[in-house]
Design a protein around this ligand. Sequence first.
Ligand code: HXC
Length: 262
Amino acid sequence: DGERAVRVERDGKVAIVTIDRPAALNALSASVLGELEAAFLALADDVPAIRGVLLVGEGGRAFVAGADIRAMTSLSPEEAAALSRRGHRAAAAIEALPAPVIACVDGYALGGGLEMALACDLIYATDASTFGQPEVKLGLIPGFGGTVRLPRAVGLARAKELIYSGRRIGIDEALDSGLVARSFTDRAALLDGARATVELIATNSPTAVGTAKRVLVEAAGRPTEVASDIEVGAFEDAFRTEDMQEGVAAFLEKREPRFGGA
Ligand code: HXC
């Protein structure tokens, strides 16, 4: 390949990460996964100047049509495990960013593509979008976190049905199952809607939003007592922030808060 396939742009408080391999429907090769991980690790330095990230696919046909099937044909089982790890590391970098990431799906989000979307904080999509975990059709299973995050998003029974059948679902079922948070008529409306959500989030304390994300990510799948302890610890920390002092003072003084992010 050699070509870079992940592009990062800044638009005020919003960063846009674009997976740009439209000829392969933005399929995730090892190098694309490495670029994605690096992009999100680097973006962490720009928070709180940026308050949210949109993850999009180039070309208008697909968000991401999965892991790169062509590149997988030559892999040994050990190399396949390394590829799976790379996908998990990219997902971990998205989850570690201390600001919300919105997957903006316009078209196919299949296999590893759906798994990357699931690593984001929420999924917005156009009406023309299609979702699925078709790995079993290839003799594979989800390898970038689908068995972990899909049940959390849609419940165990629906996740099993999707993963065992490999069938694709459209926007109505994706909305109904809670996989997609909001739908839009077209790509422009999708991107505007996602930007508006970041702007809304940006009226709040960046520290508090970042901490809430960390707690949600760390608590996911943990036993209630462990998850509760994580929340209590983070709630305590919130009382050490200037943003908390400012937010509470602004409420009592009936004015808008001016959060400094400390
Ligand atoms: C590599 C892919 C690709 C993929 C599409 N392309 N998906 N290349 N990896 N996952 C390429 C096609 O080969 C084709 O290239 C071009 O993109 C356009 O795709 P078409 O198939 O011609 O388009 P269309 O007929 O419209 O069908 C669209 C589609 C289909 C339904 C999305 O492409 C499809 O089923 N793709 C595979 C989906 C899938 O099985 N994903 C899961 C992968 S496994 P050429 O050169 O012919 O124009 C996975 C595991 C994750 O994700 C974990 C790994 C560790």
